[in-house]
Design a protein around this ligand. Sequence first.
Ligand SMILES: [Cu+2]
Length: 152
Amino acid sequence: MKITRSIVLTGFAALLVTGSLLFGCSKKSSNPTSPGDGGGGDTFNTGVINVVGFSFPHTFSTAGSMPYHCIPHSPGMAGTVIVSSSSTVDSVVVTVGPGGARTFDPSSVTVKVGGQVRWVWASVGHTVTSGAPTAAPMAMPDMPGMSGPGGR
Ligand SMILES: [Cu+2]
């Protein structure tokens, strides 16, 4: 039956995709070069994580303001890591999707140069991806008042 075979293959493909995303994550975090991140030293992309409690640490070696986002919920789900030579913060934890919300909490954190940010997933279906959010994957109307510089 053509239809049955199609369903089976689709399910199998979904398993393969899920598996490769999960197992590919640790590789990416230790070797943070992924296409589309625009290069530079502090790039990362976890892929979609579907495990509550998943933990992704990243050490920031370059001072500056580092935007990041969640690909499926871009551009609304985004945050910033400020890496500052005047900071003394060694490490900080950011909760991903607290209570199922499409947010990072806190959305802006500051660490010292060489400091570590650890993201912990509180709900599933999110990525932590370096870089500013670009266009939404699906066409969405512009959100007035959300495009200016954030007053944090
Ligand atoms: Cu998300």
